[in-house]
Design a protein around this ligand. Structure first.
Ligand code: ADP
Ligand code: MG
Length: 326
C-alpha cells in the first residue's frame, strides 16, 4: 500500500499490489500514466517506503531497514535506469568516466575503476565508444551507458523506469536487447517499466498495473511443434513463433479486475451475477429492473427502524452520496 498525502488530500498510489518476482526474471511492467508504476519502482529500490504491507528483496525485509541501511541497500544492491538520460549520466564526462564515477565515490583505485568500466561498457556493447562524451552519443547509446553505470556495484536487482520513453522504436529494440543479454549472461533480476505494449516480445513476463493493483499478466508461451502442426509434421516443422497469453490476476482475497471494455460491453455496473458452469465461472450483468429495485430497497434496509428521524435523514443522505460516488 502506498498513500501520498498532499495538503489534505490522500492519493492512493498502490492499493494492495501483490507481486512475486522470481530471481533471474526479466519482467515488464506496463500501465497507464498514474497507475503506480514508478511508485512500485521507488519502493523496490529503497527510495520510498510503503504506507503498509511487506516488501522483501533477496531475503531482506525492506521495512525493517533503518534509514541508513536503506540508503546502503539503494547504493549497493539496486541499479536504477531512468527515462531521462540526464538523470542517469553526467553530460560533460565521457562514457568511461561516467561508469567510474560511482566507484570514485567509494574510493576504488584508478586501475580497478578502469577495468570495471571497460568490462561493463563491453557488456552493453559500447566498448568502442568508451571515450565519447555523453553529448556525442545517441539516445540509445546514452541509455546503454546508463545501464552500465547502474551495474557498477553488481546489484542484485536492476530497475528501469521507462528507459525507452524518449527513444524511437528501433533504438528501444537495442535497449531491450541489452537488458535481455545482461539477464541471460548474469542472471540479473530486471524490472522494466514501459508504455510499450510490444514489450511482451522482449521479456519473460509482463504484468499490467491498473489503479495501483496488478490487473493482468502476459506470459510468453512457447508452444511445442506438436501443438501447432500436429504429431506428424513435428520433426520437419520450423520452430514455432512465441504465443502470448494475457491472464487476469487475482489478489490474495480473490478480487480481480475485469477490463473496462468487457464491463461496458455487457453493461455490468456496481454488481454482477456469478454463475458456475462446467468450464468456469461466468460473470453476468444484473438486469436493469432488478438492479434498480435492489438499490431502491437498500437505504431503508441499512438504517434500523429505531433510529431518530434527524439521524435517519443524515444517514440516508450519506448513503445516497456513497451510492452516487460508486
Ligand atoms: P506511473 O509511474 O504509473 O505514472 P506514479 O507511481 O508516478 O504512476 O503515480 C501513481 C499515483 O500517485 C498518481 O496519482 C500520482 O499523482 C501519485 N503520486 C506519485 N508520486 C507522488 C508524490 N510524491 N506525492 C503525491 N502524489 C504522488
Ligand atoms: Mg512513472
Amino acid at each position: 500500500m502506498k498513500i501520498y498525502k498532499v495538503a489534505n488530500l490522500e492519493v492512493v498510489a498502490l492499493q494492495g499490489l501483490d507481486l512475486i518476482v522470481p530471481r533471474g526474471e526479466l519482467l515488464g511492467v506496463v500501465g497507464a500514466s498514474g497507475s503506480g508504476k514508478s511508485t512500485l519502482m521507488n519502493i523496490l529500490g529503497g527510495l520510498d517506503r510503503p504506507s503498509a504491507g511487506r516488501v522483501w528483496v533477496n531475503n531482506q525485509n525492506l521495512l525493517k531497514f533503518s534509514n541508513s541501511a536503506l540508503l546502503n541497500y539503494r547504493r549497493t544492491q539496486v541499479g536504477f535506469v531512468w527515462q531521462q538520460s540526464a538523470r542517469n549520466l553526467i553530460p560533460f564526462l565521457n562514457a568511461q568516466e561516467n561508469v567510474e564515477m560511482p566507484l570514485t565515490l567509494v574510493g576504488e583505485s584508478p586501475r580497478t575503476k578502469r577495468k570495471r568500466a571497460r568490462e561493463l561498457l563491453a557488456a552493453v556493447g559500447l566498448a568502442e565508444r568508451m571515450h565519447h562524451r555523453v553529448m556525442q552519443l545517441s539516445g540509445g547509446e546514452q541509455q546503454r551507458v546508463a545501464i552500465a553505470v547502474a551495474l557498477v556495484h553488481n546489484p542484485i536487482l536492476l530497475l528501469a523506469d521507462e528507459p525507452t520513453g524518449e527513444v524511437d522504436s528501433a533504438t528501444a529494440l537495442t535497449i531491450y536487447q541489452t537488458f535481455r543479454d545482461l539477464n541471460t549472461t548474469y542472471g540479473l533480476t530486471t524490472l522494466i517499466v514501459s508504455h510499450d505494449p510490444t514489450i511482451a516480445r522482449h521479456v519473460d513476463r509482463v504484468v499490467a498495473i491498473r489503479d495501483g493493483r496488478l490487473s493482468s499478466e502476459t506470459m510468453r508461451q512457447e508452444p511445442t511443434a506438436e501443438d501447432l502442426y500436429g504429431p506428424v509434421a513435428a520433426h520437419d516443422a520450423e520452430p514455432p513463433p512465441p504465443v502470448f497469453e494475457e491472464l487476469v490476476v487475482l489478489d490474495s482475497a480473490g478480487r480481480l479486475q475485469v477490463p473496462k471494455e468487457y464491463l461496458q460491453r455487457f453493461n455490468i455496473k456496481g454488481r454482477a451475477r456469478l454463475e458456475v458452469t462446467d468450464a468456469g465461472v461466468l460473470i453476468m450483468p444484473v438486469e436493469q429492473k432488478e438492479a434498480a429495485a435492489e438499490s431502491a430497497a437498500e437505504p431503508a434496509s441499512l438504517i434500523p427502524e429505531a433510529t431518530s428521524r434527524g439521524l435517519r435523514s443524515r444517514l440516508g443522505n450519506s448513503i445516497e452520496r456513497m451510492r452516487r460516488k460508486r
